[in-house]
Write a protein that binds this ligand. Structure first.
Ligand SMILES: [Fe+2]
Length: 463
């Protein structure tokens, strides 16, 4: 059906509209789960009537679910005398229709104000280079521990910059663990849950040595790499042979900025690293052999699904197209990708490279360009961790490393799952920021309401 929303037109399938009825008998208002039986909807369903009201689009659907004994009885609220016993009334708010339109996606058409940076990384992200050293994002320990508004402020900084310091943290493992748990549960891995270690190679990983580590993300070998990581340097003392403590500076690199630079300067290389899958592993502990679910691995640059791009080039064809593209012309236009959502990169963890012959050289060429950008001093932010100052970063965006060091360092910290971090941020944003989702606002409208838990509407973004 063709729907006019303000001055724009949107095409929606009848079956899609019927499937998205959010009345209490089709959609549970508390659990936000579908009650309606999708499979009882006729593929040829047509509305009995359609009416534009102030609240939204009012559609009277024929009652086709009554033959399904497992489906709750529908009672129409329609006043239509002709169809009252055989129909089901559904109301679709205009804002919801616009937000979820797909032919065309109207919510994406007002994009003149979207910057190129936002096109790559999404809104609300500030990409940074070495200059961030002059004003690194930070919050106070007391503020974070005091109330959830402090946690919200902290998570907003992490969301915007990909990292944040927390100052004035008591230099103890207990206080550090408590701090992490202000966000969510600690994610356990084969390294443990909350970890507290020195460079004793207690696990088979270079992190447990005193070697320099280049910029990398952690746990590239997990199907779902760790979301956040927090470090707290508890002490750095002389080594057992008396050598004075030195080195061990921490390195951060904004992977989203590095990706943007790669896309600007070498779009073909960006395509290669966004498409070619890398297999990875963790096998340094005798009792562990981790590799992700997809044995072919994942691209270094992972994007969200973009329906528009997918319509133009189905995902399943991308590898084949890339092969043709790189073999035929290095000047062909790059692919259109969705938003960049994850940088998954640790060259040390890469397994055997298994690619079609034609992609081997393009891959190494692209990897070299990526490495050059990552190791450029303009993108590197070096700083020295000190007891009392925690560093937390988004492991899906910011790469970290360190210089070699002398002496005994005691570090503690932990991972938080990306899903748990985003859940906490979303809820706090809704509670204190007056909006839902990534800046698009709530359909139900909550302007002026800033405090306290708010009821989640069945029309909220993301449901
Ligand atoms: Fe690491």
């Amino acid at each position: 059906m063709l729907i006019q929303i303000s001055s724009e037109y949107d095409l929606s399938h009848n079956i899609w509209l019927r499937d998205h009825c959010r009345c209490p008998s089709c959609y549970h208002p508390k659990t936000k789960q579908r009650l309606l039986n999708t499979f009882a909807i006729s593929p040829k369903i047509r509305p009995i009537s359609v009416e534009a009201t102030n609240e939204g689009l009012q559609i009277l659907w024929p009652l086709e679910h009554s033959s399904d004994p497992s489906h709750p009885e529908h009672s129409s609220s329609s006043s239509s005398s002709e169809s009252a016993h055989d129909s089901h009334a559904a109301l679709y708010p205009w804002k919801w229709l616009r937000m979820n339109s797909y032919a065309p996606p109207l919510h994406q058409t007002h994009s003149e104000s979207i910057t190129y940076q936002e096109e790559i990384a999404g809104p609300g992200k500030t990409l940074w280079g070495s200059g961030i050293a002059a004003h690194p994002p930070s919050v106070g320990y007391e503020e974070v521990m005091k109330d959830d508004r402090g946690v919200w402020n902290w998570l907003e900084k992490i969301s915007q910059y990909g990292f944040s310091f927390v100052d004035n943290v008591p230099p103890t493992p207990e206080a550090t663990e408590e701090l992490i748990r202000r966000i969510a549960f600690i994610r356990e891995t084969h390294y443990g849950g909350f970890w507290d270690f020195t460079s004793d190679l207690s696990h088979g990983d270079t992190a447990y040595t005193d070697l320099a580590l280049g910029a990398h993300t952690d746990t590239t070998y997990f199907t779902d790499p760790a979301g956040l990581q927090l470090f707290h340097l508890l002490s750095h003392e002389a080594s057992t042979d008396g050598a004075a403590p030195s080195g061990g500076a921490s390195l951060l690199v904004d992977g989203f900025l590095a990706a943007k630079v790669l896309k600007d300067v070498h779009p073909e290389a960006y395509d290669v690293l966004s498409t070619v899958r890398i297999s990875t592993h963790s096998a340094g502990d005798e009792n562990t052999f981790v590799s992700p679910l997809l044995k072919a691995g994942y691209p270094i640059l992972q994007h969200d699904f973009d329906p528009a791009a997918a319509a133009a080039a189905p995902i399943s064809d991308l590898d084949a197209q890339l092969q043709t593209h790189t073999a035929s012309s290095s000047h062909a236009p790059p692919h259109s990708h969705g938003k960049l959502v994850m940088v998954r990169y640790n060259n040390d963890d890469r397994s055997v490279l298994s690619l079609p012959e034609s992609l081997v050289e393009p891959f190494y060429s692209a990897l070299n360009k990526w490495h050059s950008i990552l190791t450029s001093s303009e993108g590197e932010y070096w700083q020295q961790l000190t007891p009392g100052r925690c560093l937390i970063f988004d492991n899906h965006r910011v790469l970290h490393g360190r210089s070699a060091f002398v002496g005994q360092r005691r570090l503690c910290g932990g991972y938080v799952s990306g899903d748990d971090y985003r859940s906490r941020l979303e809820v706090l944003k809704k509670r204190y920021g007056g909006s839902v989702g990534s800046g698009s606002g709530s359909v139900s409208g909550r302007v002026g309401e800033k405090e306290g838990p708010l009821p989640r509407s069945v029309w909220d973004e993301g449901l």
